[in-house]
Design a protein around this ligand. Structure first.
Ligand SMILES: O=C(O)CC[C@@H]1NC(=O)NC1=O
Ligand SMILES: [Fe+3]
Length: 408
């Protein structure tokens, strides 16, 4: 059992916007935790005497952010795809690798061959690496099973990871990730199976928090995507979308029409897609790891998203094919360096905007009274260091779900 974080945390510096959008930094702050929840936060000199009792936790001047949120991962899978990395070094494109039977389908074979215990054992150290960097909530997709039995296994492992590590896990059903070999050439038949057999069964077992589709030239069409969205709607499941990663399929506008939580990748997002997302309150999830790893050169429309006021999140997109990274802090650096986000935008992208992309904005993503205690104490001089250091990062003290889970 990890030590309780209950008590009074003092000598803290709250980062800008840690208390929510527009909130300012607080240099000498205190946080009071009771029964694993935040009951008070603010300037220490204003701390009510009634709250000042109880165990004392010295912050030693640490910079404090809300717990980080990785809002787009494919964390549960078998095998790895370093061989394709080498193929692409020899000039093969991501699409060519996919059409040659590599890509997602090769991870499907390795995932189907693994038991749930083996999938858990493979995913656990991946999750631990993210937790060590202050991640307190994470989204985990299926999409490497592509059959009822194996999609169920992935989603059960995702739930088990959350219980085992005491971290908030939101599961996303991504049965429409790729066409499994047994449905080669029969895309419509597979989508029918996804909509009428897999999704209802897995939803009934409580394994699905949201539904996603890979809407792309090498994925599923707009019509197939809408068929999946309609099935999700019938089951009252929110949707999100791998959208406009390699081309403008119009997926973002479709997703916005279904009130999507988020559209993700969006390198090829159009002005019409931006307007639709703004209207629907859909979050733009930026995945610089995949952009970098694929040597993409088509930047997402960051300035237009900023001008339109579409909230932007940042995530690892951890997956064995296009973003084999387990550092959300490296993604902060890439979001700034490659996509030109400001530091406050990037930090909001892994806190409150990431929370919104998962429908968790009422319980995660900021330090607020009555919310579960999820916050991170960084031994840093300033918040820009979260995006500045490239590859090596400070070891934070992490309070996750009211427990002190790691400290230097
Ligand atoms: O290559 C993989 O294994 C998944 C790639 C990942 N999935 C997707 O739809 N887009 C991606 O970048
Ligand atoms: Fe992805």
């Amino acid at each position: 059992q990890l030590p309780s974080a209950d008590g009074v945390w003092t000598d803290l510096r709250l980062a800008p916007e840690a208390l929510g959008e527009g909130s300012t930094a607080v240099d000498d702050a205190a946080i009071v935790v009771q029964h694993g929840h935040i009951v008070w936060v603010g300037e220490r000199r204003a701390l009510p005497a009634a709250h000042a009792q109880g165990p004392q936790h010295a912050g030693h001047g640490a910079l404090v952010t809300p717990g980080l949120i990785d809002c787009h991962t494919h964390l549960v899978y078998g095998g790895q795809r370093a061989n394709e990395f080498a193929m692409r070094l020899a000039g093969a494109s991501y699409e060519e690798v996919a059409r040659a039977g590599g890509g997602i389908v090769s991870s499907v074979r390795a995932t189907r061959a693994a038991s749930e215990d083996e999938l858990f054992a493979l995913a656990a150290p991946r999750l631990q690496a993210l937790l060590n960097e202050g991640v307190c909530a994470i989204e985990i997709k299926s999409g490497y099973g592509l059959s009822l039995e194996h999609e169920r296994a992935q989603l059960r492992v995702a739930r088990r990871l959350g219980e085992h590590f005491g971290v908030t896990v939101r599961t996303t059903f991504l049965g429409a990730h790729a066409l499994p070999p047994e449905y080669a050439g029969r895309s419509q038949a597979y989508i029918d199976t996804v909509c009428h057999e897999m999704m209802p069964a897995l939803a009934a077992e409580g394994l699905i928090d949201a539904v996603d589709v890979f809407c792309e030239t090498i994925g599923f069409s707009l019509a197939e995507t809408e068929q999946v969205f309609r099935a999700a709607q019938r089951l009252s499941l929110p949707v999100k979308l791998h959208a406009e990663q390699l081309s403008d399929m119009g997926g973002s506008a479709l997703a916005a029409r279904y009130g999507a939580l988020s559209c993700d990748h969006i390198e090829h997002l159009s002005d019409a897609g931006i307007a639709a997302m703004k209207q629907a309150g859909t979050v733009a999830v930026l995945l610089p790891g995949a952009y970098y790893f694929l040597r993409d050169t088509h930047l997402p429309p960051i300035a237009a998203l900023r001008a339109a006021g579409v909230p932007m999140a940042v995530s690892t997109d951890h997956n064995p094919g296009t973003s084999p990274t387990l550092s959300l802090l490296l993604m902060l650096n890439m979001a700034c360096t490659l996509f030109r986000l400001t530091v406050p935008e990037a930090v909001a992208g892994v806190t409150r905007h990431a929370a919104r992309a998962l429908g968790l904005q009422h319980s995660h993503g900021q330090i607020a009274v009555d919310q579960p205690a999820n916050f991170v104490l960084w031994p840093l001089g300033e918040v820009a260091e979260l995006a500045y250091w490239l590859g090596q990062h400070p070891q934070p003290t992490v309070v996750r779900q009211g427990r002190i889970t790691s400290h230097p």
